[in-house]
Design a protein around this ligand. Structure first.
Ligand code: NAD
Length: 390
């Protein structure tokens, strides 16, 4: 089997799906590796490093022609999706629930579609494959640095001959993987940190990092399935926003990370809360998306300074801004998954397997993940969908 690493071409994307260390791992599993020329450049990984590790450097056209399995970080470049053919497979973080059309189009060409964001995350054996966690970890770290860089004062307490600076007060809303890493990083920078989440189980994790857990009296537990939060009702959401306002106003820096799978990110920081913050305060919204984020008015990739002097930074693909660390981690994730799905040097698709049922989105010309197929149905009447698959 030949696995091939593409050069990502999404704007601002500097990560690469496989680093040179991963080449030997795949070769040991009977997989030859092709690397598109310049694929690792954005992450400071030269073609020569891949060649030294045993990979063959090829052009885009050669890669499309020869690859059995194409490894990507995000969606394959558009011209590639049009060139793939039956029998080939794409493995990446393909967001099939937000972009089902890509999976549908590849399925129609007979391409097997495997997405790392479908990995069941609560199984301990999937942790090495969990790209959502590895990239959230990178993003949380960078969010704290972005906040510190935009803040006009120090994070730590400093006692100098020129005076004493009090430490910054940082509040992290949403304390999953990214939030916990943001807390840890802000703490290491010396800030006084608080964290809040609707999953009460996150209290011990927040406290173990030396931060204070904030509990709201007006909103109870919203722990949902699979370790995730459920969406709050409109009343709960309103109560949460109202009670958070006082906490937000008391902080210098707020980092928001709240997500609910398959839903628009919850709004946590309202216009009133922003108005209640002091001039010079900084908000980093990791939930910023085209659909809206955790903070009123935030937009991905944009920085706004409000009339009362609050800087709101809409995060946009933070993992790509730490491309070497993010690629190293992603490479281990994709290698672990590929090894798991390979038998005798070939992909062994088996959607009765618990992990494969999550990651295999399309196979044998059909969209086999039922939730993705359902999203495609109005557009693809008559498409052959395997309704027995998970
Ligand atoms: P996520 O990115 O989906 O969401 C980030 C955080 O936002 C979560 O902690 C969530 O509870 C929180 N949130 C959602 N709505 C909120 C609201 N209205 N107000 C405040 N907070 C809100 O989450 P994630 O980081 O991917 O992690 C989700 C869960 O999965 C966590 O419990 C994490 O520990 C768990 N997890 C488990 C494993 C494992 O067991 N192997 C691996 C990875 C993640």
């Amino acid at each position: 089997m030949i696995a091939a690493v593409v050069k990502e071409n999404a704007p601002g994307e500097c990560r690469v799906a496989l680093v040179p260390d991963g080449v030997a791992t795949l070769q040991a599993a009977g997989i030859d590796v092709l690397v598109e020329r310049g694929a690792g450049e954005g992450a400071w990984l030269a073609d020569s490093a891949y060649a030294d590790a045993g990979a063959t450097i090829v052009s885009f056209a050669e890669l499309c022609e020869s690859a059995d399995v194409i490894l990507t970080v995000t969606k394959p470049p558009t011209p590639m999706a049009d060139r793939l053919r039956a029998g080939q497979a794409v493995i990446g973080t393909l967001a099939p629930l937000t972009d089902p059309g890509l999976a549908g189009a590849l399925a129609a060409r007979g391409v097997t579609v495997i997405s790392l964001d479908g990995i069941p995350r609560t199984l301990s054996r999937t942790q090495p494959m969990d790209a959502l966690s590895s990239q959230a970890n990178v993003a949380g770290y960078k969010a704290a640095l972005v906040a510190a860089a935009a803040f006009g004062r120090f994070f730590p307490m400093l006692i100098t001959a020129a005076g004493t600076a009090r430490p910054a007060k940082v509040l992290v809303l949403g304390t999953g993987v990214a939030g916990l890493q943001a807390i840890g990083t802000a703490r290491r920078l010396g800030a006084v940190v608080s964290g809040y989440d609707v999953r009460p189980s996150s209290r011990t994790e927040v406290e173990s990092l030396g931060a204070t857990f904030i509990e709201l009296t007006s909103v109870g537990s919203a722990a949902g399935a699979g370790g995730y939060a459920r969406e709050l009702t409109a009343e709960e959401g309103q109560a949460q926003q109202d009670e958070l306002l006082g906490h937000i106003a008391r902080h210098d820096v707020v980092i928001t990370t709240a997500q609910v799978p398959g839903r628009r990110p919850p709004l946590l920081v309202t216009e009133d809360a922003i108005k209640a913050m002091a001039a010079g305060a900084v908000i980093v919204d990791m939930g910023a998306s085209a659909l809206g984020g955790n903070v009123t008015g935030s937009r991905p990739g944009e920085t706004i300074v409000t009339g009362n002097g609050v800087t709101i930074i809409g995060a946009d693909n933070l993992p790509a801004t730490l491309p070497t660390a993010a690629s190293n981690a992603y490479s281990r994730n994709i290698t672990a998954l590929l090894e798991y799905m390979t038998s005798g040097g070939a992909l062994a698709i088996d959607t009765s397997d618990e992990i494969q049922a999550g990651v295999v989105i399309a196979h044998d010309g059909r969209v086999v993940r039922e939730d993705v197929a359902r999203l495609l149905q109005p557009a693809q009447e008559g498409t052959d969908v395997d309704s027995t698959a998970d």
